[in-house]
Ligand binder design. Structure first.
Ligand code: SAM
Length: 394
């Protein structure tokens, strides 16, 4: 496909998304009807679409409209690319610009340049204070691609060398053991030998740092209560000896977990809620709860435009319920761990505060947040345990 044809495809996909389609489905639908598109074309169209979604408001201002064509026009302008060379009408390129389109477009206002809905900005400011503008700017950029090296099976240096042999360049992430940031050929990772053999996993640097910060009793029976694909439980199992259990309210979300665990050389037992009651209590329970994902919005850029206040409120209620349900499965001296990839106080400190008010026996032994940065996503961790007489508290 020519550069113009790729932009035309991105315009069609953006129109479908703006009309309400989920981004992934819109891309898949386009790819199904575009058998002529090779993997490079599909990747380029995806990049155009995701770049534009990360900057939807500012691109709409620069392009002078809110449909796919105007947004792509604004996106090209924001990258300093002359749209006249793309909007040529030749072959499958978009039709040439009209005089009105040439005149349309203006610099974004301060609010538009943040590329967030207005209602959500106060939540960023409340959570991050002076760091909020830098977080918003980071969410306008592409996300870093980071690997977790399974050091039970390979050293970081060897993993780096083998990946380099496959043309994939990486560099260590400072302060996070076993994390490698991919600096070129990111798309080759899923086809690399190391990935197929479970020697490296894709995992954001902040998630890795949070899993590294968790203290677990030696040989603990650990339950990942919201396991999904199992990224967190596998990261914990790579560092600790224990017995591993996984649960998810939607068992389909765990479909890949057995194969991933096998590749990583870890035994993880998948459990229904009924089985958990029989197998509990657990020494440690991780609740990696569903959340707005506000710390990861550069990876899923549509989410910032579709979140509504009611959903945020519902999420906070669900997060509290999950924590309470998990606490009931915990051994008396057990560790309860709560994580989100959101930066909002309402999904983090407020949920923990509410839980502590309802469960006076618990105290916080660790609470930490990771900012949205060039190396990692926004992430929150709270580690709780029952306060005992031993701690000098009633
Ligand atoms: C943030 S995702 C977990 C990601 C996963 N831990 C990982 O590292 O790949 C949250 C998960 O919680 C699950 N979930 C939602 N409601 C739940 C509930 N009431 N109890 C347990 N899991 C729930 C969702 O199906 C989803 O898979």
């Amino acid at each position: 496909m020519t550069p113009g044809a790729r932009v035309a495809a991105a315009i069609a996909v953006l129109d479908a998304i703006i009309a309400g389609a989920p981004a992934e489905r819109a891309l898949t639908n386009w790819a199904r009807g575009a058998r002529y598109a090779g993997s490079g074309d599909r990747a380029a169209v995806r990049d155009h679409v995701f770049d534009a979604l990360r900057r939807l408001r500012s691109c709409a201002a620069l392009g002078g409209g809110e449909d796919g064509r105007a947004v792509m026009l604004g996106s090209l302008r924001s990258q300093g690319i002359d749209p006249e060379g793309i909007f040529t009408g030749a072959g499958h390129a978009p039709a040439p610009l009209s005089e009105a389109e040439r005149r349309a477009g203006r610099l974004p206002t301060e609010a538009e340049a943040r590329d967030l809905p207005d209602w959500i900005w106060p939540y960023f400011e409340a959570a991050l204070g002076e760091a909020a503008p830098a977080a918003a700017e980071a969410l306008r950029q592409r996300a870093p691609v980071t690997l977790r090296v399974n050091v039970r099976r390979i050293t970081c240096a060897r993993a780096q060398a083998e990946l380099a042999g496959e043309g994939i360049a990486t560099q260590p992430v400072s302060d996070i053991n076993n994390a490698l940031q991919v600096t070129n050929n990111e798309r080759k990772i899923s086809r690399s030998r190391l990935y197929a053999a479970g020697l490296v996993e894709l995992q954001d640097a902040s998630s890795q740092a949070a899993m590294e910060a968790i203290d677990l009793p030696a040989g603990a029976r650990v339950l990942d209560f919201c396991a999904g694909g199992g990224g967190k439980v596998l990261a914990l199992a790579a560092r600790h000896d224990g017995t591993w259990f996984a649960h998810d309210a939607d068992p389909h979300r765990m479909a890949d977990l057995p194969a991933r665990a096998r590749r990583a050389g870890v035994a993880v037992r998948l459990c229904t809620m009924e089985e958990l009651a029989a197998r509990g209590p657990f020494d440690a329970i991780l609740c990696d709860v569903p959340c707005s994902g506000s710390g990861t919005w550069r990876r899923a850029p549509q989410a910032r435009w579709t979140l509504v206040p009611e959903r945020l409120h519902d999420l906070a209620r669900l997060q509290g319920e999950i924590l309470a349900r998990a606490a009931a499965l915990l051994a008396p001296e057990g560790v309860l761990i709560y994580t989100t990839c959101s930066v909002f106080v309402q999904e983090n400190e407020d949920v923990i505060g509410h839980f502590l008010r309802e469960n006076a026996a618990f105290g916080v032994s660790r609470m930490r947040r990771w900012p949205i940065s060039a190396t990692g996503d926004g992430f929150f961790l709270a580690q709780l345990r029952r306060a005992t007489w031993k701690d000098g508290q009633p």
